[in-house]
Write a protein that binds this ligand. Sequence first.
Ligand SMILES: Cc1cc2nc3c(=O)[nH]c(=O)nc-3n(C[C@H](O)[C@H](O)[C@H](O)COP(=O)(O)OP(=O)(O)OC[C@H]3O[C@@H](n4cnc5c(N)ncnc54)[C@H](O)[C@@H]3O)c2cc1C
Length: 406
Amino acid sequence: MGYLELDDRIDEEQRAVQEMSRRFAMEVMRPAGIELDKLSDPADVIAEDSVLWDVYRKVRELELHKASIPKELGGLQGERDPLTGVLIAEQMGYGDPGLAISFGVSNFPFRFAAMSQEPELQQLARDYCEDSKAEMIGCWALTEPEHGSDWILAGSEDPKCGPSVKAVLKGDEYILNGQKAAWVSNGTIATHAVLHLGLDSKRGMGGTGIAIVPLDLPGITKGKPLNKIGQRALNQGEIFFEEVRLPKKFMFVADPDMGTYMGQSILTGANSGMAALFAGLAQAAYDESLKYAKERVQGGVPIFEHKNVKLKLFDMFVKCEAARAYVRRLSRYNVLNPPGSLQHAIAGKVLCTETAFHVASEAITIFGGNGLSKEYVIEKMFRDARASMIEDGENGVLALKGASLL
Ligand SMILES: Cc1cc2nc3c(=O)[nH]c(=O)nc-3n(C[C@H](O)[C@H](O)[C@H](O)COP(=O)(O)OP(=O)(O)OC[C@H]3O[C@@H](n4cnc5c(N)ncnc54)[C@H](O)[C@@H]3O)c2cc1C
């Protein structure tokens, strides 16, 4: 893998999966991510002839989308142990974290559909497992233009600060109105959403529910793809709801007392996943830097021979090792002990995204002027890492949430 693997729990089979994931990350994801990053119009990222769809279809061929759906519905849940899951995630972050997030978040509505007792929702999970052409894509619609961190902190019962997207029960249907923000990953390409919404306007962010929503229902429209600094391969965009009639059975969490609890359990999984992806990105930035430092000659010797560069690389090495070690422990615990520990997931997300940002920033210094050039991948890694510190909760707000659980 290019580094000494200290984890002696990794057996031969797991190592083979790790190596296969690294090949996929480097041969498929990295070049596609770089190509998509260079497109100036984010609409081109999702154009019919975009390389995005080739990568999506390859992910489906590898059956990675089935990992969290039970076997009886056609999935592979339980086939892979928690360590294998994190090894794959590290490698996907190594290849391209924006693409990795697109693939990961795509699974959300279908894995929740699989947990439902409703035959129609279970069928959705079955269809997703069968979908080799990547015609079904999911998203996690939480953030609203007026409520970003409010959804992360959640639970406040102040009626003046309630969700913008609301659902009102009328007979056998919920009527949905409101808007989700341009930050929803896969927002403009998703066919289905996990949608967080207000169920009880008297209870602010405290009276919420979660629906699984087919996004072709009448009254749903999308914004245009968001243009942003990092993770440009990741499509994002608004979703609007106007008098949308959602059959009652699609309200996955209909009890307003349970919305915050379930939301936090989703955040636990999402933050754990982010931690693994960005431990991977940190390692990628470190590996590029070490290679460059051994090749680039200044003062008649490779710059690696200069003490300041050597010490910088050692600091990057220490941080990558610490991040990876924590992610492996965190992921294993959270998978084996559902719903997992939110404060530990937050610790992992904050640690690994800040590590990735620090390592990518130091990498720019090691690359000198070349670190700022579009000819090298380092500046992209830096931008991708920066976005991660806001993604799935701004790190400062996540720290407040984590601290409240100590
Ligand atoms: C790459 C990327 C992918 C994303 N993917 C998704 C997705 O798939 N689905 C989705 O729903 N969202 C997604 N998001 C949105 C993300 O979760 C939000 O951007 C994030 O929660 C912050 O919300 P905001 O942008 O509205 O910032 P705000 O909430 O407006 O925060 C702005 C600043 O104010 C501070 N602040 C706000 N409230 C408080 C408070 N109460 N106490 C202290 N400080 C506070 C914050 O720390 C921050 O620095 C994504 C974001 C990014 C960057």
